[in-house]
Design a protein around this ligand. Structure first.
Ligand code: BGC
Length: 467
């Protein structure tokens, strides 16, 4: 039996990286209404400030593969913790838009690094028998971090004090310190040590973690994996193979649809959307956002049980179809808001909660899972980092254009902002319909399939539908 206490201690410290990812992407949502009145900034500045963290995350995700191979997983997570710490202080103390943008891009680099290194470290330090559970916990931790941010934003929110947004950012210092101090006591990843030829050190750590009867087998498995991924040339060559089209297309497009259904407009801009829907006080809008966070956590837990039972395709269609309906309901809520004003806002909140239910059981975990399943072992690391890069790229694009699109639609509908907002959610619904058609033809059912079999299916020229 593996060393339960030590493994769960390590996992909970390392998992704080996932929590911080969620916390620092979500914290902006509660801060926005107060930041806007305190610093008198426009919707378009808000888009920039929100998006800059995502661009930072792209940079972080891009460099962290290389850096964590060169310097080790532990050191890179320590650096991420320092960035989280300084970034939180920087955001909280920024004096204006430029300062906020700079602090957010810096904080974003930490988010990007954590989004790549934490699951990698978790996978590499966990005993084989619980690896799947620990890694899929990562999505859950993101949602717990988001909820933590909404709760703390809501506790700090004070309609009589416009500068309360600063404290919302400062709270991020606490988990950053936990990660920083905790990581000091954790060992380096044995797999990384092996890849650097430090077999003795790797063995010592494995002895602390793993069931002694499987250590030898695990080490030789790691060694053969490392051998396979070492040959740089063949990685480049592998990407040139015609059969790599499907895995690459799947990784990029699953992330496109995960983001293009508009999830993060609700996650980051939720309170301001609720305000636009008629919940005037920032505190009330934040209460509504806390319920978004709670529903997200509960249904992400549900999806952990469902994903291996009912399979990827069914969950995909269920989730996407549910999102089409609920996005149209949100749209209708805004239209009726404009027509009679009173009840539309409840329809907006209720349908947004339902929309989160359908996202959390399907596209939330599916996106991150598919990118780890479809690539052949030789390029699995590079392949999944292409997937996470695509995730941050599409995320930035949607979040950066949200208010701009509302303005465009508002113009189109003769200046009525409620109709403008309805138009944007309707557009997300149309994208979800296109996603269903795409999924019907291209999404493979990977449930219960061995990764080796998926790999040989592509090599034989198979298509996703015939997998
Ligand atoms: C997405 C994030 C999103 C989160 C919400 C993740 O799967 O990649 O962009 O904020 O789910 O729970």
């Amino acid at each position: 039996m593996y060393n339960k206490k030590f493994v769960w201690f390590m996992a909970s410290i390392a998992a704080t990286g996932g929590l911080l990812f969620g916390f620092d992407t979500g914290v902006i949502s509660g801060a926005i209404p107060y930041m806007q009145s305190d610093l008198n900034i426009s919707d378009s500045d808000i888009e920039d400030i929100t998006t800059f963290a995502l661009i930072g995350a792209m940079i972080g995700a891009l460099v962290s593969g290389y850096l964590s191979d060169k310097f080790g997983r532990k050191r890179i997570i320590l650096v991420a913790a320092i960035i989280f710490l300084l970034g939180a202080i920087g955001c909280g103390s920024a004096s204006g838009v430029i300062g906020l943008m700079a602090a957010r891009i810096f904080l974003g680099v930490g988010i990007g690094v954590a989004s790549f290194s934490t699951p990698l470290y978790l996978a590499e330090i966990s005993p084989a028998s619980i690896r799947g559970t620990l890694v899929s916990m990562f999505q859950l931790l993101i949602t717990v971090g988001l909820l933590g941010a909404f709760l703390s934003d809501s506790a700090i929110a004070d309609d009589t004090n416009a500068s309360c947004w600063r404290n919302m950012f400062y709270v991020g210092v606490i988990p950053a310190i936990i990660l920083l101090v905790g990581m000091f006591f954790l060992p380096e990843s044995p797999r990384w040590l092996l890849s650097k030829g430090q077999e003795k050190e790797a063995l010592q750590i494995m002895e602390k973690i793993e069931d002694h009867s499987v250590i030898e087998e695990e080490i030789s498995k790691m060694k053969s994996d490392i051998e396979q991924t070492k040959e740089e040339m063949t990685i480049a060559e592998t990407f040139k193979q015609k059969w790599m089209f499907y895995p690459l297309m799947l990784a990029v497009l699953i992330m496109f649809f995960q983001q293009a259904v508009g999830i993060n407009t609700v996650i980051y801009y939720g309170p301001s959307i609720f305000q636009k829907a008629g919940f005037e006080s920032g505190e009330a809008a934040l209460m509504a956002q806390v319920s978004v966070g709670v529903v997200n956590v509960i249904f992400t837990i549900a999806s952990l049980f469902l994903i291996d039972k009912i399979g990827r395709r069914k969950l995909f269609f269920l989730g996407m179809a549910g999102m089409v309906v609920t996005l149209l309901m949100i749209s209708y809520g805004f239209i009726s808001l404009s027509d009679d004003g009173s009840n539309g806002r409840y329809l907006v909140v209720a349908s947004m909660l339902l929309y989160i239910v359908f996202f959390a059981v399907s596209m939330g975990p599916l996106g991150w899972l598919i990118i780890t399943e479809v690539f052949p072992v030789k390029v699995r690391g590079v392949g999944s980092s292409i997937g996470s890069l695509a995730n941050w790229g599409f995320n930035s694009l949607i979040v950066w254009t949200f208010y701009k699109s509302i303005n465009k639609f508002t113009h189109l509908f003769g200046g009525d902002a409620a109709y403008g907002t309805a138009g944007v959610f309707c557009m997300f619904a149309i994208i979800a319909i296109i996603g269903i058609v795409w999924g019907y033809f291209f999404l493979p059912e990977t449930k219960g399939k061995k990764l080796e079999d998926i790999e040989s299916h592509w090599k034989k020229g198979g298509s996703p539908k015939t997998l």
